[in-house]
Ligand binder design. Structure first.
Ligand SMILES: [Mn+2]
Length: 331
């Protein structure tokens, strides 16, 4: 089963088969979609006898460490690319999101594979298709176009990618084909209970302590149609949690009845804040994030905003409030 038979992968297949050394990478603050996609392609290319390595700007998130080969991912901002002729960027909506200097890509063929609608086709070869529920699902089709069968390690990576990027098969791109793919992944060796245990049921206590503090900041605006929550550096310090532990907090406020836009703000570095959005009920938060210099998907997007926390709230509230102007509450 191929998810999107009309998607043309031929240029990427030809480039990968002709490569001497392929380096795979994903966006900063990598997530399970980026890491799972990397590992799925890594194991497949290795099985084909193609020299392949993985190099990311940031460390592998805790929830991905159970994936076979995750310990082979190198980390830093200055990879040795002297022998690399092809770089594959996975799940990165913009080249800047990779976190590497542009010179690093000089003389190399850059392949850009992504499912963010806002992706500007920054690669030499691009497959950008926002119909895919996850970049991991794109690996599912690519591996078949490479003429390879799914090995257990690749299936595990794709399963983790799809599980997390669809919020456990809850989001709008999940259809019967996504479940047919998942059946194939399980047949190839992916184990749902192992993934659930590693991703959802192995959280440090500090994360729940941080969530307790974050929930005390929850506020509703726009007649209950927007929900706001934040974490500060002091809260991180007090609990011993880190930014990775805030993953999924936004999905807690997304569960509130009647809410259409959910905002979560956390410190990034200096006076920069990461602002994440989730949309429901037709609200396009990709457009909201884009108007603040960020991007993403219709129902999941983000941006970075500088200033004091109060400044950030004021700036983002203005943009979100404008979305509701002239529209009646459905409740
Ligand atoms: Mn993704």
């Amino acid at each position: 089963m191929i998810l999107f038979p009309e998607q043309d992968w031929s240029a990427i297949v030809a480039q990968l088969k002709a490569s001497k050394h392929v380096m795979l990478t994903t966006h900063c603050n990598s997530d399970a979609d980026g890491i799972g996609s990397e590992l799925a392609l890594f194991h497949t290319l290795e099985n084909m006898g193609i020299q392949v390595s993985m190099f990311n700007r940031d460390v592998v998130p805790r929830i991905c460490k159970y994936l076979t080969g995750s310990d082979l991912i190198q980390v830093g901002d200055n990879p040795d690319v002297s022998t690399v002729d092809t770089v594959v960027a996975l799940d990165a909506g913009a080249q800047s999101r990779l976190g590497f200097a542009d010179e690093m890509f000089a003389g190399k063929t850059l392949i850009n594979i992504d499912h963010h609608a806002s992706n500007p086709d920054y690669g030499d070869i691009n497959v950008v298709n926002s119909d895919y529920c996850a970049t991991g699902a794109m690996m599912f089709d690519l591996i078949q176009h490479l003429g390879q069968s799914l090995c257990k390690a690749s299936a595990e990576g794709i399963y983790a990618a799809v599980l997390t990027d669809t919020a456990s098969f809850h989001l709008d791109r999940v259809n019967a084909d996504v479940h047919r793919m998942t059946a194939d992944l399980i047949e190839a060796g992916a184990e749902p209970s192992v993934a659930a245990e590693a991703i959802y049921n192995s959280q440090p206590l500090a994360r729940l302590e941080l969530l307790t503090l974050a929930l005390q900041t929850l506020s509703m605006e726009d007649d209950g149609r927007s929900a706001w929550m934040h974490v500060t550096q002091a809260m991180l310090d007090d609990t011993g949690a880190d930014n990775e532990d805030t993953e999924g907090f936004i999905d807690v406020s997304r569960t509130i009845e009647g809410v259409e836009i959910v905002v979560f703000i956390r410190p990034e570095h200096g006076n920069r804040w990461k602002v994440s959005f989730r949309g429901k009920a037709g609200r396009d938060v990709g457009a909201v994030a884009a108007s603040l210099g960020g991007g993403g998907h219709k129902y999941a997007a983000g941006c970075a905003v500088s200033g004091s926390l109060e400044d950030v709230y004021a700036k983002v509230r203005q943009v979100v409030g404008a979305v509701f102007v002239g529209t009646d509450s459905s409740t």
